[in-house]
Design a protein around this ligand. Structure first.
Ligand code: SR1
Ligand code: MG
Length: 398
């Protein structure tokens, strides 16, 4: 059978029935297209008793652009394998994959249902009690157990090879590390911050540091990354967290995943300076965000160190001194990648609702300016922050 796009609800229902034993034959099934991402189509299939599953299909192009931006469908195999590998080490934090269909480029997976998209939860200022620890745990477990610290040399190289993801990596290489630092046609720059963007294009110090971060992104296969760990790839609830959508997974620098999600928390911090609502409530939420950043980093770092002490498989790397040196290196580039995420989400192609949803253009411009200032300083000064407390105290004073 050759690839074909699901064109009707009946196509999706037929696929769900053929590829899972989830639903009884007699049950009526309802399909809703729930994808709100840039790239794929996502369907929920539900019966009348509230049982449901998710089907995600990758087309040979980017959904929001169309056939003018072709994209390898191997991304859906990579997503399916990444979810299964993450699920091996942190099963409560990712949806379970029920089936992967190579020909139709589709995954059948668990419906994480009661969770809400983290970006929306942050914009509406929800204080999620387990979020920071869950994300720190996801990062420590998924990154440590796919690294050289844990895997045999042979297995690590097998995994590097099966997560070669050139087309998705190229999107990141361009959108994170090139477009915002030149006058690129893909950029979307508001009048309010055009002067800041143009300043970046001639800021050699900034561009040099971005070049170093890009070089590490290109050439440091440390662990299997999620590769696109922004707030829209996380679903949260009072009771737990799910990380979805690892189609950008590849072997890269550990700091990229940690920095991407911290950059998203800080983007929301910038947005909260101008979003609607009571000033005191917004300030309190900004403090919650900074506490979350601190807690996330501390959870990640201490759990990663514990794993290295108790599960390290390479005696030449199993020195506590090496682990501490490595975590210090990861911290520095985490700040740098957080900065590149903040800048590309403010003046690049793909913006975030944390700032875009501020209705007044002048107020939105002030939030954008704050995000750009924070981003550029995080990139340029990333070696100067002694620890995560130094980072959060600095942000609080901006
Ligand atoms: C054209 S794709 C734009 C962005 O959406 C994805 O989720 C990635 O973040 C990518 O950079
Ligand atoms: Mg995505």
């Amino acid at each position: 059978m050759a690839f074909r796009k699901f064109e009707t609800d009946a196509d999706v229902v037929e696929f769900a029935r053929q590829r899972s034993t989830f639903f009884a034959d007699s049950q009526q099934l309802v399909v809703s297209e729930i994808g709100d991402g840039n790239i794929n189509f996502v369907y929920r299939v539900a019966d009348e008793h509230g049982n449901s599953l998710i089907i995600k299909q990758a087309l040979p192009y980017i959904r929001i652009i169309g056939e003018g931006w072709p994209l390898s469908q191997d991304r859906i195999r990579i997503e399916s394998e990444a979810l299964q590998l993450e699920g091996k080490y942190c099963p409560d934090l990712v949806p379970e994959v029920y089936h992967f269909d190579q020909e139709l480029c589709a995954i059948v997976m668990e419906d994480i249902g009661a969770h809400e998209n983290l970006r929306h939860a942050l914009i509406t200022r929800q204080q999620l009690p387990s979020l920071a620890e869950d994300l720190g745990r996801f990062l420590a477990d998924s990154l440590f157990f796919t690294s050289d610290l844990y895997l045999t040399s042979e297995r690590k190289k097998e995994l590097v090879s099966s997560f070669i993801n050139p087309e998705l990596c190229k999107i990141t290489e361009e959108l994170f590390f090139w477009d915002p630092y030149c006058d690129h046609e893909r950029n979307v720059i508001s009048d309010q911050v055009r002067d800041v963007a143009e300043g970046f294009w001639s800021d050699t110090d900034l561009k040099l540091e971005v070049a170093k971060l890009k070089a590490n992104f290109l050439s440091q296969p440390e662990a299997m990354l999620h590769g696109d760990l922004h707030s829209g790839s996380v679903f949260a609830s009072e009771n737990g967290t799910k990380v979805i959508d690892p189609e950008f997974a590849y072997y890269g620098p550990i700091a990229f995943d940690v920095g991407s999600i911290i950059g998203n928390l800080l983007l929301n911090y910038a947005g909260q300076s101008e979003l609607e609502g009571d000033v005191a409530e917004r300030k309190e939420y900004q403090q919650w965000l900074l506490d979350a950043v601190g807690n996330l980093w501390q959870t990640f770092a201490s759990r990663f160190a514990d794993h290295a002490a108790s599960h390290g498989n390479d005696p030449s790397l199993a020195m506590p001194e090496y682990t501490q040196w490595k975590l210090a290196q990861i911290f520095v580039d985490t700040l740098g990648y957080a900065g590149t995420e903040m800048i590309r989400r403010t003046i690049g192609l793909s913006h975030v609702a944390d700032i875009e949803s501020i209705a007044d253009a002048e107020a939105r411009g002030r939030a954008e300016r704050l995000a750009l200032k924070m981003g550029a300083e995080l990139i340029k000064q990333r070696t100067r922050f002694a620890d995560v407390d130094a980072l959060t105290s600095w942000v609080a004073k901006l």
